[in-house]
Design a protein around this ligand. Structure first.
Ligand SMILES: Nc1nc2c(ncn2[C@@H]2O[C@H](COP(=O)(O)OP(=O)(O)OP(=O)(O)O)[C@@H](O)[C@H]2O)c(=O)[nH]1
Ligand SMILES: [Mg+2]
Length: 462
């Protein structure tokens, strides 16, 4: 039911300067007339929409507060419906009383994300714009905010619309070539059609390749710090954070649980997990549980980066080799970067052995800070390879968008094969499939389940 009137407190619970109660649905303004009286003695609707009116707020019994009201008329509002926003004093109880007064006059409590969902259903925003609004609320890094603002402003929608338009024009040329084979038109020639499929496919693929950058900026990079006991994981964790968050001692097996802290590097969040030192031979039950947690953290789906630490001040040993084998088997689809620690001490470690197995690493000292900044910069460069696309908002940020685009590319590959084998009509059907999956990214026809999933992540009042 989208026609009923919904209401919610849109500001966080607790004490603040002001709180905002939002009301949306046909009749929302008339409903507010019953709880809000302008000080001037006029009616709310004597004022124009989007004008702030000062007045008193009443529940059924008496005056409960004074504040401001702004109303909007459909379709010129966030939800596309009639809406009102009441700003009252931001006390916990007074806010709840204003909301109750609104609910008692006939509104019902909004569900999580319901205002934004209505905006989507009423065509005020597209799906990627809605997702971006959600991301603005949860964004931790400064670049995540800037990217979400671009997406909320339609940058990704525009990009997928351009691709859709090209695809529509290609499909119509292909149908024309099927229906009027005797016409000898340049843009309907087989070679031209195949080139156009390749061209669109190339554009889709390059959009797919922006995912790693877009996701890292929008959601941060989940980073696990691993290594054998005493290698310097917690010291390294602390020096990345520039704060003493983890306990450091010279006793191997100090860290037993996973510690989580975030650090912002060039506006991008690195979500760091310090873990227990990985070793097989511990008799300590608690430490051994910590080791199991550290191992499972490496292979967890959400882990994107593994920083594998090796102690430069000691010779390579069996535990280091075990770690390398473990990473090679269990860190598929992650970026693994070797980190050589304690560079301030006399080096005894064979870096080249590790680098042959895991790739080039960074040499650091948590004691002197050497190499830490270079590593931070290096990590960001490994993940954010599409700087200008990020700045323009022409990047994918989530798996939903990525999956749709991958389906589009495989349909385009198939269409190319069919057309080059002379099966134009089958090729045209594949292209229509490609158009559908491309449209899913921003479509109003996106499956109900997917849409509900997206809006359920919002808070009530948004
Ligand atoms: N000289 C020097 N010593 C370091 C450095 N980093 C860590 N250490 C020392 O190495 C020892 C172990 O450091 P931690 O950071 O606790 O090592 P860890 O890998 O977290 O150890 P566990 O949690 O026990 O697995 C401590 O005595 C640290 O002071 C460094 O860069 N240089
Ligand atoms: Mg530790």
């Amino acid at each position: 039911m989208l026609s009923d009137i919904i209401a919610a407190v849109s500001t966080p619970r607790g004490q603040g300067g002001i709180a905002v109660i939002r009301v949306s649905g046909r009749g929302a303004v008339e409903l507010c007339e019953k709880v809000f009286r302008p000080k001037s003695g006029k009616k709310i609707t004597d004022y124009p929409p989007r004008f702030s009116v000062y007045g008193d707020i009443f529940d059924g019994k008496s005056l409960i507060d004074s504040g401001m009201l702004t109303y909007y008329l459909a379709p010129k509002s966030f939800t596309g419906e009639d809406m009102a926003e009441i700003s009252c004093h931001g006390g916990y109880t007074v806010t709840a009383m204003v909301l109750s007064a609104v609910l008692e006059t006939g509104a019902r409590m909004a569900e999580a994300g319901e205002f934004t969902k209505r905006a989507f259903v009423n065509d005020k925003i597209s799906l990627t714009e809605a997702e971006a609004i959600g991301n603005i609320l949860t964004a931790e890094g400064e670049r995540a905010v800037r990217l979400s603002a671009r997406h909320a402003d339609g940058a990704l929608k525009k990009k997928t619309e351009e691709l859709s338009e090209e695809l529509i024009s290609l499909i119509s040329s292909l149908y024309a070539a099927i229906d009027y084979p005797e016409e000898d038109l340049e843009d309907m020639a087989d070679d031209t059609l195949l080139e156009r499929i390749e061209d669109i496919n190339g554009k889709c693929k390059s959009l797919i390749s922006t995912y790693k950058s877009g996701h890292a900026v929008a959601y941060g990079i989940n980073t696990v710090i691993v290594g054998k006991p005493n290698v310097g994981k917690s010291s390294f964790f602390n020096s990345l954070l520039s704060a003493k968050k983890a306990i450091v001692t010279d006793i191997p097996g100090t860290t037993r649980d996973v510690l989580e802290q975030s650090v912002e590097i060039d506006g991008v969040i690195l979500r760091l997990f310090d873990t227990a030192g990985i070793r097989e031979d511990t008799a300590d039950e608690i430490e051994s549980m910590g080791v199991d947690i550290a191992k499972s953290k490496i292979s967890e789906n959400s882990t994107e980066l593994v920083l594998a630490l090796f102690d430069l001040s000691r010779e390579i040993d069996g535990s280091d080799r075990e770690m390398i084998d473990y990473l090679k088997e269990n860190a598929e689809a992650k970026i693994v970067i070797p980190i050589f620690t304690k560079s301030d001490e006399t080096p005894l470690f064979d870096k080249s052995f590790v680098e042959k197995e895991l790739g080039e690493g960074y040499t650091v000292s948590s004691k002197t800070g050497e190499g830490i900044e270079a590593l931070k910069k290096g990590v960001i460069e490994r993940f954010i390879t599409e700087d200008s696309a990020v700045d323009n908002g022409e990047v994918l940020t989530n798996v939903r968008q990525l999956t749709s685009l991958k389906k589009t590319v495989s349909a385009l590959n198939e269409a190319h094969r069919l057309v080059s084998d002379g099966m134009k009509d089958m090729g045209a059907m594949e292209l229509e499939g490609a158009l559908n999956t491309l449209a899913e990214i921003d479509s109003r026809r996106a499956m109900e389940k997917v849409v509900n999933e997206i809006f359920s992540k919002f808070c009530v009042g948004k």
